[in-house]
Every structure is written in C-alpha cells, then in structure tokens.
Write a new protein. Structure first.
Lengths: 229, 229
C-alpha cells in the first residue's frame, strides 16, 4: 500500500501582520506544507519580524522552513522606511483615496518575485500572499489586476511556473478576522501597527482598519493597544 | 531662455557582462542619465561585479549612481550558484535545447522587480535590461513574452509605472558586438565567463557564445582567454 501522498509545498509571504497570518492559516488548511518568507526591508515596524516568527511557530512551521530575506537599503521613498511621518487618525474614506505615504514602491512585486525564486528550487509550485484590495485600494500592488499580471509574468519567466494564491484579495477586514478565526490563525500574536509599537498605537491606518475589522466581526481584538490609542 | 531639459533618468541592470555593458551604452546614447544596479547573488563569477564597476566607470556613471544589491543566499538550484558544474564545450544547438543548468530560478523577475523598486523613488520611469532571446532561448526569463508580461505587472503594481527597455532582445551575439562598437561600450572591460576566471575559460556556454559573436562580427575579442580555452 502506498502511504499518504507528500503534502504539496507552498511558499507563504508572512509579514507578521493580521492578513498574512490568516493567509498562512488558509494555506495550511488547504493541506500545503508551508515555507514562510519574511523581509527585513528597514521597515519602522521591524517588530513585525518577531511577530512573524511567533505566528509561524504557533502555526507549526518549523524554524528550518522560515526564511527572513535581508533587503535593507533597497526600498526608499516611503513613510514605512522612514522618509515621512506615518499619518494618524485618518478616516477610512481618506485612506482609500490616492496612494498613501505608506506605499512602498514595488514592494509586493519584489516580495512575490523573491517568493518565486525561493519556491522553485524547493519544488513548490504555489505562492500565497495576503493582500486585500478592499481596505487598501490606494496601494496599486494590492489589487487583483496586479496579482494576475504578476502570475502571468511568473508563469512565463520561470521554468516550472508558480500559482499565486491571494485568498484575502476580495475580503474586507471583518471578513479576514472571521476567516482567521475559522482557520485557527494565531491572531493574538500578530502585529499590524505601522509604528511598530507594542502595545499598538491604535491610531495609524493599519491599527484603525484592524480595530474596525474586529469590531465589525463582533470579536474582541486580542492584542493590547496604548491607552491613548 | 530655458536651459537644456534635465536628462531623463533610467535604471540599467548591469552584470558586468557583454550584453549589459552594451545595454548601458544604448541607454546613454539615448540620452538617459543612468543609474546602474548590480547584484551579488553568490554567483561563481563574482568577478563580474568588479567588471560592472569598471564598465560603469568607463561609461561615465559616477560611483554615487552605482548600486550593488546583496542577494546572497536567496538564489539556489543553479550551477551558477554552486549547485552543479558549469558545462563546458557544448555546441550552440545543445545550448539552445531545454533549460540549462546555469538557469537561476526567477533571476530576471527578481532583478527587474528590484530595479523598479529603485527606479520609482529616483523619479526614473525607465529600466534597461540586456536580455537577448536568440542565443539563450533556453532561459525562460530572457524571452520577449516574459519582458512584456513583467512590464504589465510593473505598470499595474507601481504608482508611477516603468517602461522596460530590452534593446538587445532580438539581436544575436554578433549583432550585440556590432551595437556595442557603435555605442562605444567598453567591451574590453566586460566579463562573460560563467566560471569567473581571468583570463576567461573560453569553454563555458557564455565564453563560447561570446567568441562566436565576436568572430561573426569580424572583430577581435579584446579580452584575454586561457591558453587551453
């Protein structure tokens, strides 16, 4: 008798935030053996790399399958890499209009490309990314059109090709919270705050969207916030 | 009276090999102010990084406009990153059949993505890459279809977008040599050998194609080769 077939391998982009933690949970629920890739790109909120480690560990991804790629010095021109202040207390309509100062040029293009580079030698044909277009319509590289175009470029540029999964792309934050609860993602270990503080600031775009999402999902957010947040 | 308009800025991928040196020459001839980007990805032929520096310098690109991005440890699964021997003495038909062991998974996808990430904050809307499809039909990421698909992904994923120029994509090696002479590229400073030896080995695919190209162009190759090559 044959044993169980070996799990298909997938590379999951894991920032340590809510969305990518839920995305990892989806990949695992679908039966993939997951390798996680995180990036140190000089982000203000580098504490998210610790969160990524904790999330991956809690989700059962062994240390040997977790990669952190050092891209310090590559990205510039973003509030997330120190070139302007992170905006606070904005309302959702404001967040959705125009490209925010927290936009990092070509970030998901670079992250997905590196995920593909790491995937192919592993024999992984699947890459997961936790982008969502609804709450962040201002980021061009979170839109489904971009993901589809990237997938086509990767299909043509790689020997074996990869399938790009973006399971959250059409969900809002409340939907992501519900999905995270459903797949058992360790939401209490995630870090979303753009300012990277623990407890979270509660006032940057990322904190505001997250809190709104938990509130709408009717579930308490398990992470601590600063008293003034 | 207005002065001359400032030169448009371009990011040029520069490996230090023949093709990218010619590509840089084309960008400069077209009047672009060039920023060069080279990659240290653990390639056997890391000597090409010295060649890239020499080529850029000879072409008049100041040191402040030359970037080397450290990607050591990212790429694996290639003879160029030490996972198999570089094949020697192959004939051109053999080189053109199948994906060679010197294929580096997702290399041009990653290189172009990083070029785009570097370009946008510089205000550069143009990226140059010296791929050519004829001599290296075995590399999926050197084909015009891939370049076009990447350009579309970059258009959708970036705020400002970039135009991808691949001026050598339909030239053979002899045509590249002729173009290099025409634009005054410092061909004597380029390094093509996959084994990274100086003098060049003369026997790997890169050396064989280069020598054939110079021979067909009727111009002596200005770099030295090993006596047994």
């Amino acid at each position: 008798m044959l044993g169980p077939s070996p799990a298909r391998r997938a590379v999951v982009l894991l920032s340590g935030g809510l969305d990518s933690a839920v995305c990892l949970g989806v990949a695992l629920r679908e039966g993939f053996a997951a390798w996680t890739v995180s990036f140190d790109y000089g982000q203000r909120h580098r504490a998210e790399l610790d969160a990524a480690r904790a999330v991956a560990s809690a989700a059962g991804v062994p240390a040997s399958r977790r990669r952190i790629v050092d891209l310090r010095g590559v990205f510039s021109g973003s509030a997330l890499t120190g070139h302007a202040e992170v905006p606070l207390d904005r309302d959702p309509a404001e967040m959705a209009s125009g490209v925010p100062v927290t936009y990092v040029p070509a970030r998901n293009l670079v992250f997905l490309s590196l995920a593909a580079a790491i995937a192919e030698p592993l024999g992984a044909r699947d890459v997961f990314i936790g982008v969502n277009a609804l709450d962040y319509s201002g980021y061009p590289d979170c839109r489904p059109e971009f993901i589809a175009a990237f997938a086509e470029a990767a299909r043509l540029g790689l020997r074996d090709g990869v399938t790009v999964h973006a399971p959250l792309v059409r969900l809002d934050k409340a939907g992501i919270v519900r999905l995270g609860l459903e797949v058992g993602a360790p939401l209490h270990l995630t870090l979303s705050c753009y300012r990277g503080t623990v407890p979270a600031c509660g006032r940057c775009d990322a904190c505001l969207l997250r809190r709104k999402g938990f509130a709408e999902a009717g579930h308490p957010d398990p992470i601590p916030y600063a008293p003034e947040g």
